[in-house]
Design a binder for this molecule. Sequence first.
Ligand SMILES: [Zn+2]
Length: 324
Amino acid sequence: MPRRAHTEPTPSKTSRRGVRCARRRPRTAHAPDGATRADTTFGAAPQPRFAPDFAARLLVVLLPLGLCGCLLARTQVVRLPERHSVETERLLILSDVRLSLQHPLVTDLQQLQQRITHELQLPDGERQVVVYLFGDEDAYRRYLRTAYPSLPPRRAYFVGTADELAVFTFWGDRIREDLRHEFTHGLLHAALRNVPLWLDEGLAEYFEVVPSDAGTPVHTEYIGELLDAVRRGWRPDLRRLEGLHDVAEMHRRDYAEAWAWVHFFLNGSDEHRAAMLDYLLELRDSAHPPAFSQRLPNDARSWNNRLLAFLVREYQRLHRERHG
Ligand SMILES: [Zn+2]
């Protein structure tokens, strides 16, 4: 019997208690303006991300069914993974495939937890993140179709409730990236009272990138896309991004911009990093602190221009590293 929530929460649109993320990114770059992110793993047409009101309905459906740990779909029993489990202090993986504590995926998540806790100076939260890892895509999709019949296909979900911080996904070729992204959501929601949407996704995008020997991991694809957009007249706008409270409003470029702001503040300078860490500290204690942009000195436009200049420098740095 997998661990499931035993009470029914009432998530709000901006609550950390609701569904926050569905994995989706296409491998191809350059989604057009207003385009939604496709899930190439499923080979599906581009789909919109979750609307939070849908997420709320989702939880209402999910949790009562979760009480028995299984769902009846006509004649077919659809269960959450429970055959194997591996557990660390902050992570419980219930899976159809056997994993050991020494498996690279498990050690990768442990190292990621240490890195996130250290870099973001997060407290050691007491809550575990529970990963339901299906053995294959068909089993995962079958479960989702039964548990969430109107859910568009996605590779993974993070579902946060008052009782459980859960990740649902399957054993696929992008499992490492997806687990890193969703586990980041889980750790943030375990440690903070509130995680603004732009920051939640920006940090998840930031930490999903697998570290290499080349220094700070960078979403090079995003930098190229954003600078292409700049050439077409787009400009970063932190306040606009902060105004997005509904994941259905967020398109690929918004995820790229969210990543860029996080990358900028964590790597731009000591002052930038301090501003971000101060804000995270405030989010530990306050569910509704002032917006991050309001904490910054100078006007918002100057920060938008600073991000732009930073992205250009990052592009040039990466270009030099690659081509000498
Ligand atoms: Zn996410």
